[in-house]
Design a protein around this ligand. Structure first.
Ligand code: F6R
Length: 620
């Protein structure tokens, strides 16, 4: 997704190096173009440099054509309106290049506004909705840039996180937010605006998260948050908890590799201070659910997208088993547009869980809002502290997994399952009959052992690497699993297709004979997720069905499960350590993450920046 960074300071530092460094920190979000606009000061105008391509290319351009100034805005663009092309890259300007603007989000009435502005003589140089905003601000009268931005936004339908500068007010940056995240970084005699905390982390830990409808005005000596009537608003100052090392490679080749290997520690971090040995499983203060609230819950809806949705599918099994509450799991993008009957009974009997690593996914956020409007209490399972979903939910569980920079989600997935287990255990323990104290203590024991077991699963990497060599030329792959491991099959397939571009499908293993079996031949690698659980013998039968049709099989099983390769049933067998069945997805997914990673490397793919993908999908 697009990224924004802006800087203004009292003249001690040049803006360009800070902006370019900020753009590098935002690269992980996915982008196709980059650009910078600098105010030269004393009414000398604005210099804009931009191109379709990488931030390194923009850096080279700035070396050749430098621009000096103490304030400016910059952007990485992920194309929505208009192809990835220099003319469509941000910042965009008005007719006279007196205003420059960067923008995340989508202006839904851009074409209507464009036609009206063109009718008044405005000349457009791009196909973007953002350029429309620049001309709209130009057209709007007002004494200050903020007054013009506020008045212009009256005419806008859609979502935006934007930052604007004007040649006539050097040093000032005006920021606005509706539906697209923006935060302010508060430094010592300098101020930042960014779409993502990682862009400001090396300069300041003090941030202000803007709410929808906020306008912020940054100058070299002050910042102010206003509402649409230009009344000053109080917004709290937050302390970023992440370390700089967390957003750096630290000797790893890729963020994805770093994040896969970090999982013992990230799981430990999700569990830290939460496990209770007194039969109550977990202390979850931020959840804001009293034991009486837990007892009242009659039904749970989980809403999420992508990998978080897969974690939700695992969570359904876990919560139904531990808390004995019916759970439905839905793609947030489908849920938000579906008509939902209002629940009968007292409010609070329905609980919606929004799962999101970034806490900014537009569909998940809207699904959560729709659930609340239909009378549900909402909780978030979120990684990014201070993100919109975290702030809007009635309560929640932070993953504390640290920043996930690799576009393909890995450590968030395992921490999400851990958080869902804590939630399921908490609900079960507080509902009386569903989880007795013996089972609760066994669960706590299994959770405590998990980080060590994940380390053991990670030790499979050399074997996985060798297997990846044999499959890296495949065109298709099928992933099969059952029960709580069916979502792991989906997740394994998603990881492979995202970063290696091999077409992969995940299916419930028993569903295979209802259609997909037609695809099986010697060119189709089939990955079975088959740990030790009650459906293991049935999954082994499915392996026979594949083998009988010449399919190549990789089986992920557990230590202690029988030898499948000796008798020739499978080509490769990897064994992860044994845990209780509901936690097995945390271990079975590890070799699949590694398989996707090594396959992508062998195919020469850019693992951390897969084509067409964005880290955080803040548009519909
Ligand atoms: C997959 C991936 C995406 C995200 C999805 C939801 O590797 O990263 O499928 O899981 O876009 O993102 P969040 O969890 O931030 O809501």
């Amino acid at each position: 997704m697009c990224g924004i960074i802006g800087y203004t300071g009292s003249g001690r530092r040049e803006a360009v190096p800070i902006l370019l460094q900020g753009l590098s920190r935002l690269e992980y979000r996915g982008y196709d173009s980059a650009g910078v606009a600098i105010t030269l000061g004393e009414g000398r105008g604005i210099v804009t440099r931009k191109l379709a391509g990488r931030v390194t290319a923009l850096r080279e351009l700035m070396d050749r054509l430098p621009a000096h100034g103490g304030s400016g805005i910059a952007h990485t663009r992920w194309a929505t309106h208009g192809a990835p092309h220099t003319r469509n890259a941000h910042p965009h300007s008005d007719c006279h290049e007196r205003i420059a603007i960067v923008h995340n989000g989508i202006i839904e009435n851009a074409e209507t506004l464009r036609a009206a502005l063109a009718g008044s003589g405005h000349q457009f140089t791009s196909e973007t909705d953002t350029e429309v905003l620049a001309h709209l601000i130009e057209q709007t009268p007002g004494d200050t840039l903020e007054a013009r931005v506020i008045a212009a936004l009256e005419h806008v339908v859609g979502t935006y996180g934007l930052a604007a500068i004007a040649a006539d007010e050097p040093g000032k940056i005006v920021v606005a937010r509706r539906g697209s995240p923006v935060l302010l970084g508060i430094g010592d005699g300098e101020y930042f605006v960014a779409s993502d905390a990682s862009a400001v982390l090396e300069h300041t830990r003090a941030v202000v998260y803007l709410d929808d409808g906020d306008i912020a005005v940054l100058t070299p000596t002050s910042y102010q948050v206003l509402d649409r009537e230009a009344r000053v608003q109080r917004r709290s100052l937050n302390d970023l908890q992440w370390d700089l090392e967390a957003i750096e490679l630290g000797g790893h080749a890729h963020f994805m590799q770093k994040e896969i290997l970090e999982q013992p520690e990230t799981i430990r971090s999700t569990l830290r201070g939460r496990l209770m040995g007194d039969g109550s499983v977990a202390r979850l203060n931020g959840l804001n659910l009293t034991p009486a609230d837990c007892a009242d819950v009659r039904r749970i809806d989980i809403v999420a997208c992508g990998t978080s949705w897969h974690a939700g599918l695992v969570g359904r099994h876990i919560i139904e088993e531990l808390a004995d509450i019916p759970v439905s799991v839905e793609y947030a993008s489908e849920f938000r547009y579906r008509r939902r009957p209002r629940p009968s009974g007292k409010p609070g009997t329905r609980l919606t869980i929004a799962i999101s690593q970034s806490g900014e996914t537009a569909d998940t956020l809207e699904a959560m809002r729709a659930a609340r409007a239909a009378g549900s209490r909402v909780v978030g399972i979120v990684n990014v502290v201070g993100s919109t979903i975290a702030r809007e939910a009635d309560g929640g569980i932070y993953l504390h997994a640290g920043p996930e920079i690799g576009v393909a989600s890995t450590k968030a997935f395992t921490s999400q399952i851990v958080a869902l287990t804590l939630l399921g255990g908490y609900l079960g323990a507080h509902r009386g009959q569903s989880l007795d104290s013996k089972k609760a203590d066994e669960l706590v024991c299994s959770l405590t052992e998990l980080p060590g077991l994940v380390s053991q699963a990670l030790a499979l990497e050399p074997e996985v690497q060798a297997i990846a060599r044999q499959y890296s030329d495949a065109h298709h792959a099928m992933y099969l699993g059952r029960g709580v491991n069916f979502p792991v099959a989906l997740e394994g397939a998603l990881k492979l297709k995202e970063i290696s571009y091999i077409h992969a499908e995940g299916y419930p293993a028993a569903e295979m004979k209802h259609g997909p079996i037609a695809l099986i031949d010697e060119h189709m690698p089939v990955v079975f997720v088959a740990p030790h659980d009650e459906v293991y013998p049935k999954v082994v039968s499915n392996m026979h069905e594949v083998r009988a049709r010449g399919g190549r099989i990789l089986a992920i099983t557990t230590e202690g499960n029988g030898d499948l390769s000796g008798g020739g049933l499978v080509d490769h067998q990897l064994r992860v350590p044994r845990t209780i069945p509901i936690l097995s997805p945390i271990l079975t997914v590890i070799p699949l993450q590694l398989l996707a990673y090594h396959t992508a490397l062998l195919r020469g793919c850019d693992v951390d920046r897969p084509r067409n993908l964005a880290k955080s999908v803040t548009v519909e």
